[in-house]
Ligand binder design. Structure first.
Ligand code: CTP
Ligand code: MG
Length: 186
């Protein structure tokens, strides 16, 4: 029971920098769009006004700072966790996230988000309109791929992180709908 809970918590721990990098650009959006306002050869914007240089930098800074916080917290969390479960090497590997890993995961999350926007513009989805798979999965999958040179967690953590990311999106959309901020609950 505690073991499952620990694996779940560690999966969230693994994804934290990518989530923060993905969620914070909205705080610093505005200013020059990354595509410089240019169109692709299909006549639509390359990325659109929703992807800005400032937003990208804000995501990198907050995502990497998340890694710094995790790095500083790990020595305190390890003994607390070990009161409930036997920390396996796989668990300790995920727990010991370093700042360079958080940097790579943030970069992957933000580039994954740009790739998602690029694809959305190619299939004629307007800036800000949602494309469920690309919006929810693109960033986390790219974050995990970017981390590979420094960190390859066991598949169970990766799978739970992907499912949790879907769940968080679903919950936040449902909450937005119930609060009257969104037209649809998805
Ligand atoms: N944002 C930004 N720069 C980024 C990513 C996001 O400035 N690299 C800001 C923008 O203000 C954007 C908001 O965060 O409108 C929400 O981000 P997101 O939902 O990813 O962008 P969308 O506006 O939905 O654009 P798209 O349709 O291209 O995904
Ligand atoms: Mg969006």
């Amino acid at each position: 029971m505690y073991e499952e809970l620990a694996i779940f918590e560690l999966s969230i721990w693994l994804g934290l920098s990518a989530w923060i990098a993905n969620a914070t650009p909205v705080l610093g959006g505005g200013g020059r769009p990354i595509d410089g306002g240019r169109n692709f050869r299909d006549g639509h914007r390359i990325l659109g006004n929703g992807k800005t240089v400032r937003g990208f930098i804000v995501g990198m800074v907050f995502g990497t700072l998340t890694g710094l916080g995790q790095f500083l917290a790990t020595p305190y969390l390890r003994p607390i966790l070990s009161m409930f479960v036997t920390i396996t090497p796989e668990m300790d590997y995920v727990l010991s996230i370093s700042i360079p890993v958080a940097f790579l995961m943030s970069l992957g999350a933000l580039i994954g988000d740009l790739i998602g926007s690029f694809i959305k513009r190619r299939v004629n989805v307007k800036s800000g309109d949602s494309s469920p798979f690309l919006d929810q999965m693109g960033f986390i999958i790219m974050a995990l791929i970017f981390a590979v040179p420094l960190m390859m967690p066991s598949p169970v953590f990766v799978m739970i992180l992907i499912l949790t990311t879907l769940g968080v999106h679903w919950l936040s959309n449902a909450a937005g709908y119930l609060l009257g901020l969104k037209k649809n609950p998805w």
